[in-house]
Design a protein around this ligand. Sequence first.
Ligand code: PGA
Length: 248
Amino acid sequence: MRQSLIMGNWKMNGSRESAKSLATAIMAGLKEGDTGIAACVPYVYLADLQELTANSPLAVGAQNVADQESGAYTGEISSTMLKELGCEYALVGHSERRSYYGDTDESVATRFCEAQKNGVTPVLCIGETLEEREANKTFDVVNTQLDAVIEKAGIEALKNSVIAYEPVWAIGTGVTASDEQAQEVHKAIRERIAAKDQTIAESIQILYGGSMKPANAKGLLAMADIDGGLIGGASLDAESFLAIYQSV
Ligand code: PGA
């Protein structure tokens, strides 16, 4: 039985104060022993949140990680730095990184490896654009994105990672994949991994992301291969985020 994971992606939102109050409000809705809940926050709030969430089930993650260990890489943040701030997770390959900042399958695979090197769990984001879906390329795109990481990191590396399937057309648009549309892709991702390693395929958490909200979470999370959610907009509101968490 896979443990579910509900993960917020705050993106570039908030202020130092609002980040703390959002985390405080989320923690207020959790009880001892709760697990499987995390927030990927802007780098600059990690230190505050590490302190704040120290005795809480709420785990903290980053939204990216450098593809280098250290050195002359202006503006980048390494996985050692993330680890030092108590970061459990780092998103890699979010579609906004791929489309606005030039992250390629190759650099995403390197980021994935860098995160793992220092015990930060990479959350590999993959997904097709609307154009690609309409051209019936969904599975090709997702497979290529996944294979790039498997080739670089090796199948064993997937053991300590999470995958997030996020159809680009559903991100921030209010349009969600239907339960069946999402399940179909999640199942295909799991089968692709199973072809290489059955045990890892059965244990890896595959999250759905793209306009997940309290109203649609239950249906999506009930699907056999959907193990949780990566939530943008709705994670900025503690009540909505907790409602999604409670609908698991
Ligand atoms: P959304 O974002 O929930 O606002 O669609 C999801 C994401 O980008 O991870």
